[in-house]
Design a protein around this ligand. Structure first.
Ligand code: UDP
Ligand code: MG
Length: 167
């Protein structure tokens, strides 16, 4: 079944200059990249992204982590991969959430670590199921930033819409 999946290269991945390695690993899947951009992550976006973990004791730390406050790198790279069985293929390559438990050849097993504060710095995010992927892709991307039609869209006319354009 063709699926879309959100991938984030988290701030530790960027700080460790792992973008190329991670994209090369992901290219083994033969999936298609249908969207990609750099994002400066607001508190609201980070909290919405991890809202299913709101009650966990590590919530505040993972918000700081995703926003780059632990790595002095206030950005993430966001991508959408698309193709057959995309979620399982990417999650398998990523490895387990806990980098110490992840397969040593997986992305997290190769490059992740656990901080002294107990946060799993595991270099990438991968959506874990279809509904999570849809929610996350809609959170991180607008329809026009994705080169295929993944989900239903609608046209709206916005009055007095302020838009920043090149000067
Ligand atoms: N996380 C953590 N400690 C935990 C569980 C999760 O630090 O005990 C962090 C880790 O960075 C993980 C993120 O919170 O990637 C989101 O957790 P989730 O359970 O969704 O794992 P994932 O889907 O990323 O494998
Ligand atoms: Mg998750």
């Amino acid at each position: 079944m063709d699926q879309a999946v959100l991938i984030l290269i988290k701030p530790d991945g960027l700080k460790k200059s792992l973008t190329g390695n991670i994209l090369t690993r992901l290219s083994e899947t033969k999936l298609e990249i249908v969207a990609a951009k750099m994002v400066r992550v607001s508190k609201e976006l980070a909290e919405d992204h991890y809202r299913h973990l709101k009650d966990k004791p590590f919530f505040d730390e993972i918000i700081k982590y995703l926003r780059g406050e632990l790595h002095d790198r206030k950005k993430v790279m966001a991508l959408v991969y698309w193709g057959n069985d995309a979620i399982k293929k990417c999650r398998d390559l990523a490895g387990s959430t806990n980098p110490e438990e992840a397969e040593s050849t997986s992305i997290r097993g190769s490059y992740g670590r656990i901080t002294t504060g107990g946060v799993y710095e595991n270099v990438i995010h991968v959506s874990s199921n279809d509904s999570e992927a849809e929610r996350e892709i809609k959170l991180w991307f607008s329809p026009d930033e994705i080169i295929v039609d993944l989900y239903a869209t609608k046209n709206i006319v916005q009055k007095e819409f302020k838009n920043r354009v090149w000067a």
